[in-house]
Every structure is written in C-alpha cells, then in structure tokens.
Unconditional design. Sequence first.
Length: 158
Amino acid sequence: MSTQEQGAQRGVTTGLAFGAAVVALMVQRRQLHRRTEMAAKHRLQFDVLCKAMDDPVLAQVLDTYEDSVRPEEHRQFLFANALYGNLLHAYRLGTTNLDETLGHLRGICQNHIFRDYWDATRHHRESLPAGSQERLLAAQVDEIVARASEAQDRWWIA
C-alpha cells in the first residue's frame, strides 16, 4: 500500500473516530438534559405537594380518592405520595437501583397509613402504561403491601 493510500485511510479512520465522538457527546448531552428536566419536574411536584400539605384549601384540589378522607388523613396521604414519588424519582434517575428502591419500599410499606394511601390510590395506577417503570414498580409495591398487610413479610430480608 502506498504512503498516499495509508494517509487517506488514516484520514478516514480519524474522521470516523471524530464523528463517533461527536455522536457520543450529543447523546450524553441529551441524557443530561433529560435528567435535568426530570429533576426540575420532580422538584415542582414536590413543591406542590408541600403547599397542599400546608394548606387544606389547596389540598382539596388533590383529593381524587374514590372514598372521602378526613383532612388529617389527606395530609398523610400527600406525604405518603411524596415519599413514594421521591423513591420513584431516584429509581428513574438511577441513583438507586431496583433492589435498593424495593428495600426502602418494604420499610415504608410496614406503615398502615402508607398501605391505606396505596389502597386509596389504586385507581390512579390503572392508567399507567403497561411497560412503564412506574407501572412495573407499582406492581412490586402491590405485592409488598399485600404481604405486609397479611403480616407475612419479613421486610428487612430481600
């Protein structure tokens, strides 16, 4: 192979490597942008829940339960939603893996108030897309809640 052909081949290889690096950088920037948007959305949702917990009048807007709940119970449900939302958010972002997330949820599901919240919001989860992360996680929480309600769950053991 001539020196000229070798130089051309190196140029093509260098160009391909540069192109791959540019594409990888674009993908990385898109992922960072998505994570930033998810964090902002989660923060806004958390702020809304905090305002509703502090103001019973605002909390009425978030009362979408099939059965009526007392104002005190509604505040507890909003807090339970914030706890669950925080774990879901951490799982979606990858700051906790599935085992860690389920471990935290096993502990939270030991609380009867959380289980009452979970039961009261079951119809909310029916519209979640079948393959979504939230739907899959919710199905696992359904199992944890059922076992905790029957006092069969040794929640500290994965």
